[in-house]
Write a protein that binds this ligand. Structure first.
Ligand SMILES: Cc1cc2nc3c(=O)[nH]c(=O)nc-3n(C[C@H](O)[C@H](O)[C@H](O)COP(=O)(O)OP(=O)(O)OC[C@H]3O[C@@H](n4cnc5c(N)ncnc54)[C@H](O)[C@@H]3O)c2cc1C
Length: 452
């Protein structure tokens, strides 16, 4: 059986068809909102979807009470849930402007990342990098410092060259490195706590094709040469299998080769889903040998396509995720300790981890902000399972290695802990209070992060 990394990861979540809230929802009057994984749910008193910035300004000026901007609901953490109004900016989307000289393009902030590739190609541009999936909105993705893979690439917020924000009082502020520059550095990773972002300009490049190669290799071997591989490939990452010596490895490089990107085979996906279900039934010790044997059968695969069709994937099923970014030089040891702990504590998880490098940037609150590059390490659990015991066990390991939690993923840190991790955290809090004196944007989760 030949299974590609894409097929394997898509299948890992097949079992996650999840609707735990169905009975609760039927008893509620307000239409419920829930996030992609189903782990976050709320009953907002209303939803407002402005067709223009002016409509948004009017709404903000004539209302009071809590508001939360929402993108496509792909965050695992409780950034969005509110009893007040959700601000949905789907209508503020699409390509608004572009500059053929600088290769910059302006989009409505509600544009899905996956809807940007083709319009950009038509104007001779392409995004520098993309995350693992592309269903997020531009505003939502940048608000949490969403990143892809690659030591040469910052998170998406680092590609932003200017952005427009509407404050909770309805004022419009344009920011860039030369205009309201402090706000620019804060608002590129805003947690949705500074106002409603309505448009963003991104630095792009000329269109390009990429070749993705996947293979299976022992985790230790990959770690030994990880820095070299990360430097030699445009994108390089691995997905270590739990209870195993092996990882799925992915390298992506630019190419002039012809496009050849066959869709994943449903038979292989089904076969892997079956194997996953079987592993889950095994005692932890037997699982190790079984998964190693299976990993050794996974054959290498290749795909060539336009950059935006290679960089992101489709995830068929639902899961919850915790991700911390640790200094790159501590990444390997942190990963080893997590994998060892999963085995020693016999955690019954069969979902691969994800291990990738992200370049440092100059925003205030990106997980990679500062003077060194980071290794982003993710752990996952299917949405149908209780993720708490596993995440609670692993989270202190991330802390030990100086980790910063991904804002959009599950974590338990509060203001006191976060202040120690970000030199500009207090500046962010002050700016938040200045722009939002009534605290309209602060839901309970953001109060825990920013107010204490
Ligand atoms: C399957 C899956 C794969 C993922 N892969 C990656 C990955 O590869 N790399 C990575 O880094 N992350 C990844 N993530 C996490 C995801 O990219 C982030 O959580 C992202 O923030 C979600 O974007 P969204 O559009 O769904 O925004 P939401 O989750 O809806 O909102 C996120 C934040 O953005 C704010 N926001 C939304 N719109 C606006 C606006 N107009 N103005 C101001 N604030 C706004 C919200 O208030 C909230 O604080 C993944 C998530 C999933 C479910």
């Amino acid at each position: 059986m030949k299974i590609s990394r894409r097929q394997m990861l898509a299948s890992t979540a097949l079992a996650g068809l999840f609707s735990p809230f169905a009975s609760v929802l039927s008893q509620q009057k307000a239409a419920p909102w829930r996030n992609w994984s189903g782990g976050q749910v709320c009953y907002p008193s209303g939803r407002f979807s402005p067709a223009s910035e002016t409509e948004l300004q009017d709404f903000l000026r004539r209302t009071s009470g809590e508001i939360r901007p929402v993108g496509s609901g792909h965050s695992f953490s409780a950034l969005v849930p509110t009893d007040g109004h959700l601000i949905v900016i789907d209508q503020l989307s699409g390509l608004l402007d572009h500059d053929a000289q600088t290769l910059q393009a302006t989009f409505g902030a509600g544009t899905r990342l996956g809807d940007m590739g083709e319009p950009l190609a038509r104007i001779g541009q392409a995004m520098l990098n993309l995350p693992d999936i592309d269903r997020q909105t531009l505003a939502g993705a940048t608000a949490t410092a969403t990143h892809g893979t690659g030591i040469a690439f910052t998170c998406l917020s680092g590609f932003v060259t200017s952005l427009r924000l509407v404050t909770p009082d309805g004022d419009v502020i344009d920011t860039s490195p030369t205009s309201n520059s402090d706000l620019f550095d804060a608002a590129r990773v805003s947690l949705g706590a500074l106002g409603i972002v309505t448009q963003m300009t991104l630095q792009n490049r000329a269109p390009y094709k990429l070749k993705a190669r996947n293979w299976v290799q022992p985790i230790e071997e990959v770690l030994e040469t990880f820095d070299e591989s990360a430097a030699n490939h445009r994108h390089f990452e691995m997905f270590p299998l739990t209870h195993s010596d092996y990882a799925l490895v992915l390298a992506i490089d630019e190419t002039d080769e012809d496009i050849n990107n066959p869709p994943p085979s449903p038979e292989d996906e089904a076969a892997f889903a079956q194997a996953m279900a079987f592993w889950a039934t095994l005692p932890a010790k037997e699982r190790f040998a079984e998964i190693n044997a299976m990993a050794r059968q996974i054959g290498p695969t290749e795909a060539v396509d336009e950059s935006y069709r290679i960089l992101s994937n489709i995830r068929n099923g639902r899961f919850n995720e915790m991700e911390y970014s640790v200094p790159a030089e501590a990444g390997a040891d942190c990963l080893r300790e997590i994998l060892r702990t999963v085995i020693e504590k016999e955690v019954d998880v069969v979902f691969p981890l994800e291990y990738r490098y992200v370049k440092r940037d100059d925003t205030w609150l990106s997980m990679s902000a500062g003077d060194y590059d980071h290794a982003a390490i993710s752990i996952h659990r299917m949405a149908s399972e209780d993720y708490r015991p596993y995440f609670d066990l692993i989270e202190p390991i991330f802390w030990k290695y100086g980790g910063r939690p991904h804002w959009g993923k599950v974590h338990s840190l509060d203001k006191a802990r976060l202040e120690q991790l970000y030199p500009r955290f207090k500046d962010f809090q002050m700016l938040q209070a200045e722009l939002d004196p009534a605290g309209r944007l602060l839901n309970p989760h953001l109060k825990k992060l920013l107010v204490g």
